[in-house]
Design a protein around this ligand. Structure first.
Ligand SMILES: [Zn+2]
Length: 170
């Protein structure tokens, strides 16, 4: 009889993934069913972040908000946010749909080529995962642009003085 070969034992961490409630945020709509309410809620969530910030709202079957998360924070030139980062929380929370938003410190709501490419990739990835990417808003000073819905939503933003363009005789 031969004795069984001595076997090595290896160890690896065994994980349990969980979402941790960071804080509570307020929003003004029972569901984010249309571009207007979604843009307003996400713009409020972004607030007056000094640099670029990417946030996501997780939605249930009835487009009610299950939670929100800040996916990435950056400087004046962009905030990134990879597809795994975008969907990690949505998968954990069991979201049926998501709406993304990021601000442009420049104040312009015009999406960059990178914004458009990231949105297209997210929509595609969401289709595979069964998590619909309803929209991705680029939030500027006075309005937000939905890249998916191609909708411009006026924002009742901070009481900043309007830009002084074309001031006559000034
Ligand atoms: Zn952008």
């Amino acid at each position: 009889m031969t004795s069984p070969a001595r076997q090595h034992t290896y160890t690896t961490p065994h994980y349990r993934l969980s979402l941790v409630r960071d804080r509570t945020v307020r929003y003004q709509a029972p569901s984010l069913c249309c571009a207007d309410t979604a843009a307003l809620a996400l713009a409020a969530l972004l607030g007056d972040a000094p640099g670029e910030r990417l946030v996501v709202a997780y939605l249930d079957n009835h487009l009610r908000v299950m939670g929100t998360e800040t996916i990435a924070m950056g400087g004046q030139t962009g905030c990134g946010g990879s597809l795994p980062e975008l969907f990690r929380g949505a998968v954990l929370i069991g979201a049926r749909a998501v709406i993304l938003a990021h601000n442009h410190p420049s104040g312009s709501s015009e999406p960059s080529d990178r914004d458009a490419a990231m949105t297209a990739a997210a929509v595609q990835a969401g289709q595979l995962l069964g998590i619909e990417v309803l929209d991705h808003f680029v939030v500027g000073d006075s309005d937000a642009y939905g890249i998916v819905s191609k909708t411009v939503v006026k924002l009742p933003r901070q009481q900043q003085p309007p830009p002084t363009e074309g001031t006559p005789n000034a």
